[in-house]
Design a binder for this molecule. Structure first.
Ligand SMILES: NC(=O)C1=CN([C@@H]2O[C@H](COP(=O)(O)OP(=O)(O)OC[C@H]3O[C@@H](n4cnc5c(N)ncnc54)[C@H](O)[C@@H]3O)[C@@H](O)[C@H]2O)C=CC1
Ligand SMILES: O=C(O)C1=N[C@H](C(=O)O)C[C@H](O)C1
Length: 252
């Protein structure tokens, strides 16, 4: 049997971080070597000899955390939101200077969510209209969700390759925000409601019909198989992978 992966969790006291600590502690091929939170020194990662980090911190910290890991040749699995195109490009440049190091940015670790986004992208070329509604717990600090941004990007790319027009919309006047955020031409609406965890609907409309693709995470345990898959795979995928779908055989 090979040596266990030596894993550090960043954001370990948070909702996701605490769940990841539990999942890693029960995985026989992994050893939890550090559980760090706000204010802890990243030098601890070097002191404990971490080979992998999982970043589940906050959008304002994740880039600093992950760049430190990559500069010290640790593989990183990132669940934290906020990795826009400019940050991803800059990270890819850093990775090119640290060959052999792998990073996964996973907007959503839940297998059902990854599949729903892929199905939505496939379906979006057959429907004139498409909009996204994401629904989350009210403690979430960012909107729209990283998952919704990624889903919109996938849908927009698919529609562009099919040469489709924008979804029809006759709106001439509106109260600001009424039509949601617009990401690559796709409207995204964010709901924040006590009792929710993480949910998304993609609404696809054609003349006389509607297809709705909905995914629900009722518990953060739903994200853990994806976190563990990411940790087990990332070292064999040097460079930057954006989306857990990059590690799955989705037949697309
Ligand atoms: N990819 C996925 O499947 C999922 C991603 N998320 C994302 O993960 C992130 C965390 O979500 P939650 O756990 O709900 O948030 P949370 O607020 O419960 O946890 C974040 C934790 O990070 C800590 N922290 C702040 N600065 C830090 C630093 N510099 N280093 C280490 N830790 C630091 C905070 O003190 C807090 O304990 C968010 O961006 C969220 O959108 C959440 C759920 C699933
Ligand atoms: O903050 C959350 O809770 C979640 N964040 C991620 C996102 O922004 O998409 C993943 C999931 O939706 C839960």
């Amino acid at each position: 049997m090979s040596a266990p992966l030596k894993i550090a969790v960043l954001g370990a006291s948070g909702r996701m971080g605490a769940e990841a600590v539990k999942a890693i502690e029960t995985a026989t091929d992994m050893e939890l070597v550090a559980a760090l939170g706000r204010g802890d020194s990243l030098d601890t990662l070097l002191e404990v000899g971490a080979t992998h980090v999982v970043d589940l911190s906050v959008p304002s910290s994740t880039e600093t955390n992950v760049r430190f890991a990559v500069e010290h040749r640790m593989h990183a699995v990132i669940g934290t939101t906020g990795w826009d195109e400019a940050k991803r490009e800059s990270l890819a440049t850093l990775l090119a200077k640290n060959p052999g190091t792998g990073v996964l940015i996973a907007p959503n670790f839940a297998l059902g969510s990854v599949l729903a986004s892929a199905f939505a992208a496939t379906a979006a070329r057959y429907f004139e209209s498409v909009e996204i509604i994401e629904l989350h717990h009210p403690n979430k600090v960012d909107a729209p969700s990283g998952t919704a941004v990624r889903t919109a990007e996938l849908i927009a790319a698919e529609r562009a390759s099919a040469g489709m027009d924008p979804s029809p919309d006759a709106t001439e006047t509106q109260i600001e925000g009424a039509r949601g955020a617009v990401i690559d031409g796709i409207h995204v609406h964010s709901v924040r409601l006590r009792g929710l965890v993480a949910h998304q609907e993609v609404l696809l409309g054609g003349t006389g019909e509607q297809l709705t693709l909905r995914h629900d995470s009722y518990d953060r345990a739903s994200f853990m198989p994806g976190v563990l898959l990411g940790l087990r795979t990332v070292a064999s995928r040097p460079g930057l992978t954006y989306g857990l779908d990059g590690y799955l055989e989705l037949g697309r």
